[in-house]
Design a protein around this ligand. Structure first.
Ligand code: ZN
Length: 588
C-alpha cells in the first residue's frame, strides 16, 4: 500500500514485518491451532458449490482474506496451500453471470446476508490479487462486483423492511470493498455505487443505544461504514466523512460507551451502561474498532489511537480466543461466564482471524520520510527512510511484562530521519535513551515523541515505560469500584485459581474489597500465556468488616483468562483510584 495524500502515517508491507512477543504468539496459534485445523471442505465450501440455500451466512470471504494475509506474511507452505485451495474453489463456485454466494437463484442479492457474503468475497479476491498477483482473482472480484451493481436496481424500495435488520446492516462491508476495487481498477462504476447508490457521504445516523427493530445501533455495521467513509475521505476530503467516526469515538470516550477492555456494545449494539455481563463486546465490533483506530491513526497521527489499539488488542481481542488458539468467542464479558462460539464459520471467528492477520501492520508505520513505532512487541521490519535508504529496525522487549523496549536501527548508510515513539498516556515518568544517552526533551505521555537526527547502523534507542498498578475507576454500573490495570493490561479474577472463592458467583466477587497496600511486583503466571504475569493482592470478603486483617490473598490473571469472572472490585479507600486515561472527560 502506498501513502495516501493527507495521511500522516502509512502502513508497511505485510511481507516486511515480522512480529514476535504475545502478538506474534497469537498470530502463530491462530494459524497453527485454528486456521490450519478447521475443515473448509466440510464447513465452508459446500453451500457455495450447491448454491441452494434460502438464507444464511458462512464467512468464506473473511476466511479467504485472513488466509491470504497469513500466507503472505509467513510464507508457510501449509497456509500457502490452503490459500491456493480456497482461491481455486471460490473461483469454481462463481456462476457465469458473476454470482458468488450460497443462495438459490430466487433469493440472490435480496436474501439477507447475501450482499454481505459477496462483498467480503470480492474484498478477499482483491486482496489475493494484490498479495499474490493472481489475475484470476481480480477478474472474479470484478465480475462479482459488476453482478451486484447490475442487480442492485432490482432491490425493492422496502428491502429489509419486515426483517430484523436495517439495509446498511445487511450489506456491512460492501462500501469499503467497492472503494478498494475502485482504487485498484479506477473503474468509475465502483465509486459511483458507493457515492450515489449507497449514498455513503450522506450517511448520518445517531448512536442508538439498546436493541430495537432494525438494529440501527449495530456497532460492527456502524464501524464498518465509518471505515468506508474514512477511506472515501482520503480521496474526497470532507469534514462530513469523518463526522460519524468522531461521533462513535465521542460516544466511547466521553459517554461511557467504551469498556475497560476496549470492547464495546451489548448484544452487538451500542450501550453505555457499563454492564459487564452477558453478550458484551462482539468480536466483529472489536475488530472493526481496531481498523477504525488504525485508519484514524494514519490520518491524524494521534498517539491516543495507538493507546486504544493496544488496550483493545491485549484485552478484548485476545479474550476472544482460548489460550491454545483453537476456540473463538462471539462475546467477552467482564463479569460472569464467557462462552465459545460453536463453529468455525460465521462472523466473529472469521473477523477474529482477519484482524489478527492485520496486527503486524499496526506495529510500525512510515511517517513522512521517517519511522513511527506504535505497538510494543518483539518485532522486526524493513522499510525505506530519508531519501530512499533501506532501514532494518529491530524491537526487543518482553512487553507487556515490562515496559522496557530496545530498538536497534540499521540503515544501509547514515541517514537523517525522524523516529517517532508512541508514549502511552499511562506511562508517566517514561524516559528515552539514544545510544545510552538520556534525551533531555520532555517525554509527554499520550503523544508521539519525535527524535530527529542522523541515524547510523547499530544505533540503539531504549524506552523505559514505568508500569505501576493502576486502580481504574468504574463508571455507571461499575461506579464505586475499580478495575486493576498495569500498562495496557486489565486483570480479572478467576475463582478456580483462588482457594475459597469457587462458590462465589460473579456478583459476590464484585463485592470483594482490594487492599492497594498489598500490591507488589507482578507475579509470573503461565495461566493465560507462557511467561505471562499476574497480580497478587490481598482482599477483604464481602460484608461490613474491613478491618486491618484481610481475608484472601488473591491472584488476578490477565483478562484473556478464559475463566475470568470478575473485573471490578471495591476499595476501602477510594482516593487511590484513578481515571481511565483513555477517557476524555471522566466524570468526577
Ligand atoms: Zn460477529
Amino acid at each position: 500500500m502506498s501513502a495516501l495524500a493527507g495521511d500522516k502515517l502509512s502502513p508497511l508491507n505485510l511481507r516486511d514485518v515480522q512480529v514476535g512477543g504475545e502478538i506474534g504468539r497469537r498470530i502463530a496459534i491462530t494459524i497453527t491451532n485454528n486456521l490450519l485445523v478447521l475443515d473448509a471442505d466440510r464447513d465452508f465450501l459446500p453451500p457455495f458449490r450447491t448454491k441452494a440455500a434460502k438464507d444464511g451466512y458462512i464467512g468464506l470471504g473473511k476466511l479467504l482474506d485472513a488466509t491470504v494475509k497469513f500466507a503472505v506474511q509467513t510464507g508457510d507452505p501449509r497456509v500457502l496451500a490452503l490459500r491456493r485451495h480456497l482461491v481455486d474453489e471460490t473461483l469454481k463456485a462463481q456462476e457465469p453471470d458473476g454470482y458468488l454466494g450460497i443462495l438459490a437463484p430466487a433469493q440472490r442479492v435480496q436474501g439477507l446476508w447475501d450482499v454481505h457474503e459477496m462483498g467480503y468475497l470480492i474484498w478477499a479476491l482483491l486482496a489475493d490479487y494484490q498479495c499474490f498477483g493472481d489475475e484470476r482473482s481480480l477478474a472474479a472480484a470484478r465480475k462479482a462486483a459488476d453482478y451486484l451493481i447490475r442487480r442492485w436496481p432490482e432491490l425493492p424500495k422496502d428491502w429489509c423492511v419486515g426483517t430484523d435488520v436495517a439495509p446498511h446492516v445487511a450489506v456491512t462491508g460492501i462500501e469499503r470493498t467497492m472503494l478498494a476495487l475502485h482504487r485498484q481498477t479506477r473503474e468509475a462504476s465502483y465509486l459511483d455505487f458507493v457515492v450515489s447508490t449507497r449514498a455513503l457521504p450522506e450517511w448520518d445516523l445517531p448512536i442508538v443505544v439498546g436493541r430495537r427493530k432494525g438494529i440501527e445501533g449495530h456497532v460492527y455495521a456502524f464501524m464498518a461504514r465509518c471505515l468506508a467513509q474514512l477511506e472515501l475521505h482520503r480521496t474526497q476530503p470532507s469534514r462530513r466523512l469523518a463526522s460519524q467516526t468522531d461521533r462513535a469515538l465521542d460516544f466511547m470516550l466521553r459517554q461511557d460507551g467504551l469498556l475497560i477492555t476496549g470492547g464495546t456494545g451489548q448484544c452487538e449494539i451500542w450501550t453505555d451502561d457499563q454492564d459487564g455481563r452477558g453478550d458484551l463486546g462482539e468480536t466483529c465490533a472489536t475488530a472493526y474498532q481496531l481498523r477504525v483506530y488504525d485508519s484514524l491513526l494514519r490520518l491524524r497521527g494521534d498517539a491516543r489511537l495507538g493507546d486504544l489499539i493496544e488496550r483493545t488488542v491485549f484485552n478484548a481481542l485476545f479474550a476472544a480466543q482460548s489460550p491454545d488458539g483453537r476456540r473463538l468467542r462471539y462475546f467477552a464479558p467482564t463479569e460472569g461466564p464467557r462462552a465459545y462460539w460453536t463453529t468455525d464459520t460465521y462472523c466473529c471467528p472469521c473477523n477474529y482471524r482477519r484482524i489478527v492477520a492485520e496486527l503486524p501492520q499496526m506495529v510500525f508505520y512510515r511517517a513522512g520520510d521517517g519511522l513511527a513505532v506504535s505497538l510494543f512487541t518483539a518485532s522486526q521490519a524493513k522499510l525505506a527512510v530519508g531519501p530512499d535508504v533501506a532501514l532494518t529496525v529491530r524491537q526487543e522487549t518482553d512487553y507487556p511484562n515490562t515496559g522496557s523496549v530496545r530498538l536497534r536501527l540499521d540503515p544501509a548508510r547514515p541517514v537523517k530521519f525522524p523516529l517517532q515513539l508512541r508514549i502511552p498516556a499511562w506511562a508517566k515518568g517514561a524516559s528515552v535513551k539514544v545510544n545510552g544517552q538520556r534525551l533531555k526533551d520532555p517525554v509527554m505521555p499520550g503523544s508521539f515523541l519525535q527524535v530527529a537526527r542522523e541515524w547510523k547502523t547499530g544505533d540503539e534507542v531504549t524506552l523505559d515505560l514505568p508500569m505501576p498498578w493502576r486502580l481504574v475507576k468504574g463508571r455507571q454500573r461499575q461506579a464505586g469500584r475499580v478495575a486493576v490495570m498495569r500498562g495496557p493490561q486489565v486483570f480479572s479474577l478467576n475463582p478456580a485459581q483462588n482457594a475459597g472463592l469457587a462458590k462465589l458467583d460473579g456478583t459476590d466477587l464484585g463485592y470483594l474489597a482490594l487492599d492497594p497496600q498489598s500490591l507488589g511486583a507482578p507475579a509470573r503466571s503461565d495461566a493465560v500465556r507462557p511467561g505471562g504475569v499476574a497480580c497478587r493482592v490481598s482482599a477483604w470478603k464481602p460484608g461490613f468488616g474491613l478491618g486491618d486483617k484481610t481475608d484472601y490473598e488473591l491472584t488476578l490473571t490477565e483478562f484473556p483468562d478464559p475463566e475470568g469472572k470478575a473485573t471490578y472490585f471495591r476499595l476501602r479507600d477510594f482516593s487511590v483510584a484513578v481515571d481511565d486515561e483513555l477517557l476524555e472527560n471522566p466524570k468526577p
